[in-house]
Design a protein around this ligand. Structure first.
Ligand code: NAG
Ligand code: NAG
Ligand code: NAG
Ligand code: NAG
Ligand code: NAG
Ligand code: NAG
Ligand code: NAG
Ligand code: NAG
Ligand code: NAG
Ligand code: NAG
Ligand code: NAG
Length: 855
């Protein structure tokens, strides 16, 4: 077994298949295996472990010095040995130097190491002992203090976050993220004795092999792990209990938490296992997604999501995976669902624990595909009633797209391909959303373009055929073309899937398509041209995206091509003939294209008219796309404020979650600094007044609506928070009163979905007691989020100039819609009196025992 592993290492290096060659050559000593024995002690004021490590290495050059990485470790002098068989090679006179500042350990040898070769299978064993002192704020491996049962029963545990390069804080190692080695763990469980916390649960990245008990301790020995990189290692040591659930194909998801809190994680556990089952249903095979069980640990501290590289020891903040009725808001549930779905998709697409490992050359592609699939599976899950039919991504697709578009426009933004050689853990935090969300959105665009069935058939066939092998971008695109070739001739006008995708992978940003309809000709002529989109006036190098176009038109009775309106445009302006019969044309149907569309004013006004008269006649996703584009185009200085407001005027009738979500994220864009719309305080107030007129209908509907379905809850949550941020008076009064009621009467609990709104109101008061109040982890997350937003809003408002009130818009006499009343005109909406309206829907009355400080 050992030589088999070794062969692989050499193979991967010498063939330089996936590892950059010089990366291999630069290192003179390679680790093959780490054997780590950990004896942990948890005392009240002093927690540490004693470690013994044996690293099996081979040499690639005749060096006389070994350089290891070790940070914040107390290495026991005299314990360091480099063994060749039973001979110790360490230079007795000058054994080692430990540069604590730089975290480097240099071991000096008496004689040079012999190079490893096929004929001379020379292994060396580096051995040493060390102590690691652990505090709450230690890097890499840290102590977490928490309370079990109640505030008296203080407990501690060890947890790790070794990504991207913190393994050296846990044990001495060769800190190169591309080196993979086998890890053999041995962990001691010490018997209960006074002063020390008895701690019996230990988790590492491998399954338990055996236990040997004696009077003073139990030794747990783990089976050798698969070959993993250092950042994939993890260690958890606590007094937690576990609960395990099995899926249809024997996938096992085990939750780890303090015994009295286990029930908080039932939801996420059920959700996780049903996601895994969905994946199997999708791929149509019966293999478990990884060998052994997946442990999900609820760490009672502030951890921001999962570690990308983890596959069987997933850790996350307890508040991010607990679902408690009356405390967890629907938005928090959505986040926890997405995070776990995305992580499970990463595991599903390739992880070290698979029977035969799938390796991805371009990790950004894997990240993007995991994100796409997370959205896809979530969309399927939401509509479980129709498991047979493919469900469109809908709001999940939109949310990916909006996140990507928000960051993918400044000149400095890199193209996705720039990350070709970057490991997923090394993608800078500011580009994580770019890589995951943009790639996911592009797959969504392609899906809608070639059709979901064809797309998924091609994709799953590819993924299944590459199980246990290598996946690269090149290979993926070639195969995709092959699978979709038939439609490429029909639809792409010679542009294959790969050509289209490549044009988006290799170029940063996204375009805006300008649509001009020549209405004086019969039939009408439509001109399209593309330009790179930017919110500022900075000049961009023009890029050429291959844009799949689909359109719908208002009056399709006499249309030429509107039943198969599909083509691809490039950098050249494109002109086509269509019979619009005096109606509008809308591009980017269903909103899945990664671009924005700007129309001529006549077309915009026609769209506005239809929206006001019968908004349902335009498909929901298309409306979402339009409203978001309108905000973005206004902010980027491409659309007049009065036209923008006319298109949005119908919003008081809008009840769709997808559309309101797009409005809310569009409204955020107004706060973009340095945007070409030259924002001033006056204009901002005007916008805010405008929205305040649009929100009452939906707000009042929702606040009366007792429906607890996910969609309704999500919409209520978003609308209440938005109304609070807009400072919609009625909402502020109600939220304030609601909060006062919950303070007076401990049996009343704030609706978690209204909590952010409430916090917005309360935290805005400079001396709010809420700032200092002790909250549960779940509530605190909301408080922090709201505090940040208030700070950012204030910063934005301080920065922009005061400006002047805008002159009243002059209504052009040529405008086809001049007869309709222009915005803004306050709507006459009957406001229910805040003091009498029944708030029962928004305050839950529950037994006070439920209101525990849970985290
Ligand atoms: C390898 O070593 C060379 C010269 O010492 C250095 O320029 C290069 O950056 C190193 N490459 C890596 C991947 O460390
Ligand atoms: C560890 O000990 C605690 C308390 O003694 C117990 O509740 C728990 O079940 C134990 N966990 C395991 C994995 O044995
Ligand atoms: C889960 O806890 C039980 C005791 O409650 C223990 O026997 C079992 O070994 C634990 N499972 C694992 C994987 O440690
Ligand atoms: C699951 O495991 C059980 C026992 O370990 C085995 O009998 C069964 O065949 C397995 N099922 C699948 C689908 O692998
Ligand atoms: C994994 O690879 C081995 C050897 O190549 C093969 O025998 C086995 O069938 C593979 N397993 C799966 C699930 O593909
Ligand atoms: C990234 O990889 C693709 C496919 O192998 C290749 O066509 C492209 O040129 C690479 N881009 C960069 C910036 O290295
Ligand atoms: C389709 O291909 C033809 C010939 O290659 C070209 O003239 C035309 O402009 C293309 N249409 C689009 C929409 O690119
Ligand atoms: C838009 O979505 C609807 C339903 O989700 C679907 O029937 C229709 O085909 C989609 N239209 C386009 C152009 O993708
Ligand atoms: C914003 O200000 C710049 C410079 O004063 C001006 O050129 C531009 O037209 C203004 N944009 C808008 C939308 O008013
Ligand atoms: C927040 O505070 C500012 C200034 O103190 C005030 O103008 C604004 O109305 C307050 N907003 C809310 C929601 O109370
Ligand atoms: C008002 O709330 C009470 C419970 O507090 C409920 O019984 C009643 O039906 C509610 N009335 C309306 C109009 O919703």
């Amino acid at each position: 077994m050992f030589s088999a592993l070794l062969l692989f290492v050499l193979f991967s290096c010498s063939n330089a298949n996936f590892i950059v060659e010089e990366e291999c050559l630069n290192y003179t000593v390679y680790p093959i295996q780490y054997e780590l024995t950990i004896i942990p002690y948890i005392y009240k004021d002093n927690s540490y472990y004693h470690g013994d490590i044996t690293i099996t290495v081979i040499a690639n050059a005749n060096v006389r010095e070994i350089e290891l990485d070790a940070k914040d470790l107390d290495i026991r002098s005299g314990s360091i040995k480099v063994l060749d068989g039973s001979t110790d090679l360490v230079n007795g006179a000058r054994p080692y130097e430990y540069d604590k500042t730089n975290g480097k350990l240099f071991i000096h040898l008496r004689e040079p190491l012999k190079m490893y070769s096929q004929n001379n299978r020379q292994f060396y064993y580096i051995k040493m002992s060390f102590n690691k002192y652990i505090k709450e704020d230690s890097a890499g491996l840290f102590l977490v203090n928490y309370y079990e049962d109640d505030v008296k029963n203080a407990k501690s545990l060890y947890a790790t976050r070794l990504s991207p390069n913190k393994a050296k804080f846990m044990f001495p190692c060769f800190d190169n993220p591309r080196f993979e080695a086998v890890f053999k763990f041995k962990v001691y469980i010490l018997s209960d004795h006074p002063g020390m916390q008895y701690t019996n649960s230990s988790l590492v990245i491998a399954e338990e092999m055996k236990r040997v008990s004696s009077k003073d301790y139990t030794i747990i020995e783990y089976i050798p792990s698969p070959q993993v990189a250092l950042h994939q290692v993890g260690f958890h040591y606590s007094q937690f209990t576990n609960k395990s659930v099995k899926g249809k194909n024997n996938d096992t998801l085990v939750i780890w938490a303090p015994g009295d809190k286990l029930y908080c994680y039932d939801y996420i556990q059920r959700f996780g296992i049903s996601m895994i089952d969905l994946m199997h249903q999708y791929e149509g095979t019966k293999r478990p997604i990884t060998a052994g069980s997946i442990n999900l640990v609820a760490v009672p501290t502030n951890l921001q999501g999962y570690e990308i590289g983890s596959w069987n020891l997933l850790t996350n903040g307890a508040n991010r995976i607990a679902n408690l009725v009356y405390i967890t808001s629907i938005q928090q549930i959505e986040v926890m669902r997405f995070e776990l779905a995305q992580q499970l998709c990463r595991i599903w697409l390739g992880n070290p624990g698979e029977e035969n490992r799938t390796r991805w050359k371009e990790e950004w592609l894997k990240e993007g595909m995991a994100t796409y699939y997370a959205s896809y599976f979530l969309a399927q899950k939401t509509s479980e009633r129709y498991p047979k039919r493919l469900q469109p991504l809908g709001i999940y697709g939109l949310s990916m797209k909006h996140k990507a578009m928000e960051i993918d426009w400044p000149r400095s933004t890199p193209a996705l391909e720039v990350f070709n050689d970057t490991l997923a853990i090394e993608i800078p935090a500011r580009y994580k959303d770019l890589v995951t969300m943009k790639t996911g959105t592009l797959f969504w665009m392609l899906e809608n373009w070639i059709g979901p069935e064809k797309f998924h058939n091609a994709l799953i066939k590819y993924i299944n055929s590459r199980r246990g092998k290598y996946i690269s971008l090149q290979d993926f695109l070639t195969t995709l073309d092959h699978e979709t070739v038939e439609c490429s001739y029909q639809l792409f006008n010679g542009s294959t899937s790969s050509r289209i995708l490549r044009s988006w992978f290799s170029q940063a940003g996204y375009p805006v398509i300008n649509v001009r309809v020549l209405r004086d000709r019969t039939p009408n002529v439509v001109q399209l041209n593309q330009r790179r989109f930017s919110f500022t006036n900075e000049h961009h190098r023009e890029l050429e995206y291959l844009i799949p176009i689909s359109y719908t038109i208002q009056n399709s009775k006499n249309c030429f091509n509107c039943y198969r309106p599909r083509f691809v445009i490039g950098s050249q302006p494109y002109t086509f003939i269509e019979n619009l019969d005096g109606g509008w044309i809308i591009l980017n149907s269903n909103g899945s294209g990664y671009y924005r569309v700007n129309y001529d004013s006549d077309s915009w006004l026609l769209i506005a008219k239809t929206l006001v008269e019968d908004h349902q006649s335009i498909e929901e996703m298309t409306r979402s796309q339009i409203v978001n584009d309108v905000f973005a185009l206004y902010v980027s200085g491409n659309l007049d404020m009065s036209i923008a407001m006319r298109v949005l005027a119908y919003l008081d009738k809008e009840t769709s979650l997808a559309v309101w979500d797009s409005v809310i994220s569009g409204y955020e864009l107004l706060k973009l600094e340095g945007a070409a719309c030259n924002m001033t305080k006056y204009i901002y107030w005007e916008w805010s007044d405008f929205m305040k007129q649009k929100i009452p209908t939906i707000y009042n509907d929702l606040i009366k609506n007792l429906d607890q379905q996910t969609d309704v809850r999500l919409l209520r949550n978003k609308v209440i928070t938005f109304a609070a941020e807009l400072e919609y008076e009625q909402c502020l009064t109600q939220l304030r009163r609601m909060y006062q009621e919950t303070r007076r009467d401990p049996k009343r609990i704030l609706d978690p979905d209204a909590r952010r709104g409430c916090y917005y109101v309360l935290l805005n008061d400079t001396n709010s007691h809420l700032r200092f109040k002790k909250l549960s982890g779940i509530e605190e997350e909301d408080r922090n989020a709201v505090e940040n937003r208030i700070r950012e809003n204030n910063r934005f408002l301080i920065k922009i100039p005061h400006g002047e009130p805008r002159p009243l818009p002059i209504i052009s006499s040529e405008s086809p819609l001049s007869s309709t009343t222009p915005e803004p005109v306050p709507d006459k909406i009957v406001m229910p009196d805040a003091s009498t309206s029944n708030l029962s829907s928004i305050i839950f009355v529950v037994a006070s025992t439920l209101i525990l400080r849970l985290f």
